[in-house]
Design a protein. Structure first.
Length: 177
């Protein structure tokens, strides 16, 4: 199937813009210093601005194309992070059918996004920890050390575990409270 013959000139313009935007996102991510990691959202915003600045797209077209690119990269990154599978598994097509340069751009940007996703998950896990002395709302807290469940009846300070004197807690995964 030849996709080019099936699209209107306006659709072709947006397809080219998507690919060009992906190329710019990858370049922006590659050119950034590791300690100043710009993030996917800022990279896409920069690519959208560049497309508008160069007259390649209207602001509305750039926003729409950026939305599609962000959606696809985040979906691929989430899949890669959650499953550990390869990009070709997410694509569910023969990667030989994809233009090599396009595949490299997408894989690179998706991998950077996957790393951001994994970092976000790690940050969420850390923030999901409750420590003795912190204030927590009512509900159950499970000791990370021994599994003892504390039931806070009201907002208050988290006490040490009465069983093992542990100081790190999480909300139980199976919350019946």
């Amino acid at each position: 199937m030849n996709p080019k013959s099936e699209h209107s000139p306006a659709a072709e313009k947006l397809i080219r813009a998507y690919n060009r935007m992906l190329e710019r996102v990858k370049a922006f991510l590659d050119d950034s210093a590791p300690d100043t990691h710009p993030g996917l959202h800022r990279s896409i915003d920069s690519a959208k601005d560049k497309a508008v600045e160069l007259g390649e797209l209207t602001r509305e077209e750039a926003e729409r194309t950026g939305y599609f690119l962000k959606r696809d990269l985040e979906d691929a990154a989430r899949y890669l992070a959650d499953t550990g599978h390869e990009l070709s598994d997410w694509l569910q097509i023969d990667v030989g059918l994809i233009e090599r340069q396009m595949l490299e751009w997408f894989a690179s940007a998706a991998d950077r996004t996957r790393l951001e996703w994994l970092q976000l998950q790690a940050d969420l896990r850390r923030t999901a920890e409750y420590h003795t002395g912190e204030i927590a709302g009512p509900g159950a807290l499970e000791c990370s050390g021994c599994g003892e469940v504390l039931r806070l009846q009201a907002t208050g300070h988290v006490p040490p575990c009465p069983r093992c004197h542990g100081t790190v807690f999480r909300r139980p995964a199976n919350r019946a409270d």
